[in-house]
Ligand binder design. Structure first.
Ligand code: PGA
Length: 242
């Protein structure tokens, strides 16, 4: 993995957006996995501006959404899919035929996972897989204990994820299960990209990047990914030992 530390959040976002732009220039029909959360919001704002200014054309790209809270869809304010529509898909005018989003309301969630895995097999490999890091080291909704060899799956949420996840909603929301791309997808992506900003992520970044590689800290898998980028701001990187 290549760790790139930027002076602040805005510079981190610009650098991450530039890697995405570069990939699309090389391969206009790239398959890109987008994550939701506070961390990537600035990147999507830049990508939308870049598209409006004609610096990039997303029309040939394919997109997948990294994860979703089971039981929610794009109409649920605060859901992962709602966030991706609001911050990127709608302002960047991405055609729905070019994206694959988990059906997290399906009675058969295994079928939703299979549909996602098939889309990635068909349009892939993933050129860029953008992920954030949870306070417990989760990647997407691959919680501590997740199998490094998993593709799309659904599983129970960790208590800390249920607690921290409340920040995306305006009122107390019941969260129990998540549906997510797997850590095997991350290993098969051409460029896996981990984003973290702010002092609150410093401890988990230190543990994930300089601690033991273990599925108890899913983000520690980045230590094994030679083509990965870890994009940090100075606060998130502040506990790393050089
Ligand atoms: P955040 O979420 O960007 O809102 O901190 C990160 C994550 O849980 O993946």
């Amino acid at each position: 993995m290549k760790i790139l530390t930027h002076k602040n959040y805005n510079e981190m976002c610009r650098a991450a957006a530039d890697i995405i732009l570069n990939q699309i220039k090389l391969k206009p029909d790239s398959l890109i996995c987008l994550t939701s959360g506070d961390t990537p919001a600035g990147i999507y704002k830049l990508l939308v501006e870049d598209a409006q200014q004609g610096k990039v054309d997303f029309s040939a790209c394919y997109f997948v959404g990294l994860d979703e809270w089971v039981g929610m869809d794009k109409n649920d304010t605060g859901s992962c899919t709602n966030f991706l529509y609001e911050t990127f898909f709608t302002p960047a005018r991405i055609d729905p035929s070019r994206m694959m989003i988990f059906d997290a309301k399906a009675a058969n969630l295994d079928a939703s996972c299979a549909a996602m895995d098939n889309f990635i097999k068909e349009k892939g490999p993933l050129a860029i897989m953008l992920v954030g890091i949870g306070m417990n080291g989760h990647i997407g909704l691959n919680e501590p204990g997740a199998d490094f060899n998993s593709y799309a799956h659904h599983s129970a949420l960790a208590p800390v994820t249920i607690e921290v996840g409340q920040k995306y909603f305006t009122h107390q929301t019941q969260l129990t299960e998540g549906i997510t791309l797997g850590l095997k997808h991350l290993q098969e992506a051409k460029i896996p990209m981990l984003l973290a900003s702010g002092i609150k992520k410093a401890n988990i970044i230190k543990l994930a990047l300089q601690g033991e590689v273990t599925n108890q800290v899913p983000a520690s898998i980045f230590q094994t990914l030679s083509s990965a980028y870890v994009m940090l701001d100075e606060d998130a990187a502040s506990l790393l030992v050089h």
